[in-house]
Design a protein around this ligand. Structure first.
Ligand SMILES: Cc1ncc(C[n+]2csc(CCOP(=O)(O)OP(=O)(O)O)c2C)c(N)n1
Length: 199
């Protein structure tokens, strides 16, 4: 999957959404393709990838065939794509996937199984209590997991830094051995594709 393949996939989904072929929410990525490809250089087939409502790139990069991802999105399940056979799972609850990811990592460690967990979250999610506790627990218990904080600056329509009255995010202020932080600028709204229903 190249950056162009990823962009083309999201463009097709945007068109399908804007022409009402998809009748459930979609959350699209844009502007982070190179970072995603770089992050996935460290993801192996035995690893688990855990995502939020925005997960098309992760599914494609984990090896789910584009036709399978597209079919699930057309069926209205973009917001919580799960392909356990490819070891990629999602939750659309803010913060919901983070302790699930920790549980998977704990399971791998207890069973002595190979592989690790890559848990993606938006920057607002990364400021929640559940994320802070999950990162602390994983670090102290030396779990096979890393957390990827993806900063697009907003939480739906709210400015994340402004809401916490914090000029820099926690993940930005101090580097953590288990956290990868990156910033990107998207051309899409929080949800939808800029024409039909969005919020
Ligand atoms: C418990 C809960 N509260 C509210 C929502 C609605 N909601 C969905 S995404 C989102 C914003 C999350 O922002 P961020 O973590 O920065 O992720 P982004 O979508 O910007 O990637 C909110 C409030 C939700 N899905 N779950």
């Amino acid at each position: 999957m190249t950056a162009t393949d990823l962009i083309n996939f999201e463009t097709e989904i945007a068109d399908l959404f804007n022409t009402a072929k998809i009748r459930a929410p979609v959350h699209l990525y844009y502007g982070n393709e190179e970072r995603m490809i770089e992050i996935f250089r460290d993801v192996r087939p035995e690893d688990w990838v855990c995502c939020s409502w925005r997960s098309h790139y992760q599914c494609l990069l984990k090896g789910v065939p584009p036709a399978e991802v597209r079919a699930e999105i057309l069926a209205g399940r973009s917001i919580s794509l799960c392909f356990p056979q490819y070891r990629v799972v999602s939750s659309a609850i803010v913060g919901g996937i983070v302790p699930i990811a920790v549980g998977i990592a704990l399971g791998l460690k207890r069973r002595g199984e190979p592989g690790r967990v890559h848990c993606f979250m938006g920057e607002m999610t990364s400021e929640t209590g559940i994320a802070h506790e999950s990162i602390k627990y994983s670090f102290n218990h030396k779990l096979p997991i890393r957390f990827i904080v993806e900063d697009n600056g907003k939480s739906v329509c709210t400015d994340t830094r402004e809401s916490w009255n914090q000029p820099a995010l926690t993940a930005e202020q101090a580097s953590h051995p288990m956290v990868v932080y990156y910033k990107y600028e998207t051309k899409y709204p929080h949800a939808g594709a800029g024409v039909r229903v969005q919020f």
